[in-house]
Design a protein around this ligand. Structure first.
Ligand SMILES: C[S@@+](CC[C@H](N)C(=O)[O-])C[C@H]1O[C@@H](n2cnc3c(N)ncnc32)[C@H](O)[C@@H]1O
Length: 255
């Protein structure tokens, strides 16, 4: 199965409009490999026919975004960012949480510091949200965690879960997983003390980054923090946040 230049353009436009991810030409082989998976699952063997399905079937679009999204994450990734968290931060949003390692790491960090926030974990991919909700990970994913953290917050899997660890229920109760597309309308009924939006802006172009960053501003409480990934920046973006230090921005005391 080969994708023509015209088909690649149709996929790129569809992906860009549905989730903001910009596919450049270098991503052709990646798209090809991931598309092959969906063609196998749907039993469709023509790329044009699959494109038609994608444009008309919302569930297939969700399935497609599941295979297209890059979900790489790990426990305590860039955990120096967590140092700005304090007991005032009881409502935290991980806005591209992937499979849960980020929100669970935040939860564990806060418990170790002596407070217990409630954490909303959202992502566009339903596949990773299910993993997060289940809270079970291959043991290698937890290898680098200090023994006392492993003992306190995880339990060893048995039977079919041999070789895995499970996040303890008490931690799971702190985190709510929901599907949310950062391109969509923000939930207006809630504001957050801290928003993590890490390692996702990198997939967006400048216009989309600017839109997302400014929408997050509206649901951040005054003096709240926005935390982005270490490889990301708000340079060349119009925004109202105060720069605190690399990756960390704050909303002023008045909106
Ligand atoms: C590389 S992971 C980053 C995970 C985590 N924040 C971290 O730093 O380890 C990027 C995540 O962004 C999600 N994503 C991509 N586009 C999105 C969108 N439009 N809305 C919400 N999530 C999106 C992907 O599904 C993926 O799980």
């Amino acid at each position: 199965m080969k994708i023509t230049g015209r088909q690649f353009d149709r996929f790129s436009k569809l992906i860009y409009h549905s989730c903001g991810i910009s596919l450049h030409d270098g991503k052709l082989s990646l798209l090809q490999a991931r598309l092959a998976k969906r063609l196998r699952s749907t039993g469709i063997d023509s790329v044009d026919e699959y494109l038609k399905l994608l444009e008309s079937d919302e569930q297939e679009l969700i399935n497609f975004l599941d295979v297209i999204s890059t979900n790489h994450t790990y426990f305590f990734r860039e955990n120096h960012h967590f140092e700005c968290l304090c007991g005032d931060h009881l409502n935290i949003w991980c806005a591209a949480s992937s499979s849960g390692e980020e929100p669970y790491s935040v939860a564990i960090h806060c418990l170790e510091k002596g407070f217990r926030p409630s954490i909303l974990a959202t992502d566009i991919s339903t596949k990773v949200l299910q993993i997060g909700e289940r809270g079970i990970y291959p043991i290698e994913k937890a290898k680098s965690l200090p023994t006392h953290i492993l003992k306190r917050y995880f339990q060893k899997g048995h039977g079919q879960w041999e070789g895995h660890v499970s996040v303890k229920d008490d931690i799971k109760r702190m985190v709510t997983f929901k599907r949310f597309n950062l391109l969509g309308d923000m939930p207006h009924d809630k504001t957050f003390d801290v928003i993590f939006c890490r390692n996702v802006l990198i997939y967006f172009d400048r216009t989309t980054r600017e839109q997302v960053i400014n929408k997050l501003y509206n649901v951040l409480r005054c003096n709240g923090f926005l935390i982005i990934g270490g490889a990301e920046s708000l340079t060349n973006i119009k925004h109202r946040y105060k720069y605190i230090r690399p990756s960390i921005y704050q909303k002023g005391s008045q909106p």
